[in-house]
Write a protein that binds this ligand. Sequence first.
Ligand code: ZN
Length: 487
Amino acid sequence: MSERARVTRRTLIGGATAAAAVGAAAAAPSAGASQRHGGGGWGGPTPPRGNEYVLRDGFVLSMDPAIGDLPRGDVHVRNGQIVAVGERLRAHGAVSIDARDKIVMPGLVDTHWHLWNASMRAFMVNGVADRAYFNVTNILGPHFTPIDTYRSTRLGLLEGVASGITTVHDWSHNVRGPEYADASLRGLLDAGVRGRFSYGWAQRGPLDVPMDVDGIRRTKDRWFSRASTTRGLLHLGIASRNVVPGQSPRGSITIELARQDWTSARELGLPITLHASPRGLVTMLEQERLLGPDLLLVHPTLTTEAENAIVVERGTGWSISSVGEAARGPEEQIRYAELVAAGAKLGLSIDASAGDGANLFTAMRMLHTMTTNRLGAVPGITYRRVLELATVEGANTLGLGDVVGSLTPGKRADVITINRLDPNMAPPGDPATQIVGLGQPRNVDTVMVDGKILLWRGLHVGVDVERVVRDAGQSATEISSRAGWPT
Ligand SMILES: [Zn+2]
């Protein structure tokens, strides 16, 4: 019997305590207070402990062009940093992790994910308009409390970490007050992931007033005045409301108000993100002189060749959510190959795990398949290229290109391993083909963020999985009860 099957998933956590703390509006940031690792006493997996590891004899897919692939290589990690990548490394005193028959690679990078509503999948019914993602989140969003946001975030990240995701962009468009930002940030910290939290707005909130600059400033001061508060893992941004009327059921603001919001964000030194699928939006933003390298647009499905050139010129990035975008109909097609040809800054994203799951393996495969379906085989658009999008390019798109995204000495140790001998992967051949063409989250063996092991032998470390799932379910029930919906 495998360890995966033997071990019960009841391990302890500090999630309950953290959730209770978040329930009170003024959850104080105390870095890592509730994160416990090595759940040996609670039935969880027991990973090796230490501050220094060497992953030995794996197929190292470094994603660093200078290092390339090492069919039998080692990765040496010390105090959360990659110190060496090579063959037969000397790493005296480091805890050795056997990576034979595994791919060793950088953790996957998400660039746009609405973690606050992961638990809302409880209400979604395919084929019923009333129960589609937008309607459900629009109706129930106003009934969230901070603890609901925390619980949903934890649920989403449990799925994400088990899928090999180590960096996320929490695109938080139901921040009903700064205590909701506290809840999200606490959830991100307790999960142990790296990433950006983008402070958005409140679902069904007023669209004729500026964004909550005071709340954003408070969040910045409280959580980001010292890097140690978030263990250096997180940074802050803002999520802009839509700017094109009729763009989405979430409504829109005027371009003048957007300019005011974005100016405030830029004065605070915060990056900006915007859902940007409407036709002509890039042209409009260019005319308004709002584009820049601090802007990350989402959903490049209707951009023109001229617009692709403009975003490259302005250094603006794009996030591609291929699973959700695939369902947009024949007219809206992801301009992936065109944006690659233009040299755009690109990342891959989960978007709405409530309806689409938190699975970047599927997202990679779907993006490749859709591109081929639309354009035929495009030179350079390969599984390997798509894998770059989900790692090194995604990190670059979030401004973390010097920090993570590849196994490069000096970068932080966000490393995952993938079992090459699982039945859906074996016999092992080209690793990029294994990952993009065949891979599933269940093939992820180990996940390390900043040198800390979060997943070991496919099991969460120091997390009471059942409890996180149960809490998210309870939240969903309470929210619907408060809303009196669905009836
Ligand atoms: Zn989105």
